[in-house]
Design a protein. Sequence first.
Length: 343
Amino acid sequence: MGSITCDRVSELKAFDDTKAGVKGLVDAGITTIPQIFIQDHHTKYKFDDKPICRDPKISIPIINLQRIHKDSSLRSQVIDQIRSACEEWGFFQVINHGIPTSILDQAVDGIRRFFEQDVEVKQKYYSRDYSKKIKYCSNLNLYSAPTLFWKDTLSCVMGRDFSNPEDLPEACRDNDHIQQPNVENIGCVEEMTIGNSYYPECPQPELSIGIATHSDPGFVTVLIQDQIGGLQVFHEDQWFDIAPVPGALVVNLGYMMQLITNDKFKSAYHRVLSNKEGSRISIGSFFMNNSCSRRYGPIKELLSEVNPPLYPEITLKDIYNNQSLKNNELSALDKLKLASQSG
Ligand code: OGA
Ligand code: NI
């Protein structure tokens, strides 16, 4: 047993030391995946055995924002659609949101350039130091995770003090989405993290996972995905594909949004499957600031005698560091609520 553990640690370290991520393994031409990436029965994540619904008539809502600023009755219809999507799915896509498809494509291309450039250039950004604002890494919690994800990440923390595009890797410096972070008006979040993910093609996709079942910790995540697919949401006891729609943004709610709405809105579990066909890119903007000390609780206007607060006031940092939320335990949010009531 001891030697198994020791082998595992040295395997992890050897992988980490390449600073070439999962993409490096694929480039080296592996045909079977290393043990550290195998999702075996010990490490299986919850809901993995649940069916995938492939009924083309059911999908997360696709909401059209066209003309909402010009037509107030249309605008209120769209608000209703968003409200229902948040209550039922915790996930939706928006189209005609005003960001040209060419800008989204340009962003994806820049991220592809970053991950597919010479490894020596990319390695300069390799780090697992949490305090670094811009870092490239594979599996941030490499040494503590039960099993690894088949993906590499370039993360950028963007906030008021982010002013120097020169700090960005050259490959994606032209990306308008990265150069002009406009988070000034968001108030409660003030800072966001952009998680640029590269999911290389996988020779044994059935044994690996791009990102295991989880829910996002913050308020809202807005995601650009390329046309490969693989993202799925868990809804009414089944998995549903979030089919790529050209030019669309995928929006999903995090734990904090479920908390402040006192469970009215849903923070849904989701995952990304690996595939054999081709590398996948996604760019997620995570609206949260984990160092913020502001406390958030259920919104007062939503509360009444019959709808008492289910959660205590809590900071984003508390959410981020909460172990059951981190582990994506089934009833992680319930635990939070019970802990406060018994305390
Ligand atoms: C995430 C996530 C989905 C994707 O990073 O939290 O869910 O498609 N990403 O990459
Ligand atoms: Ni997520």
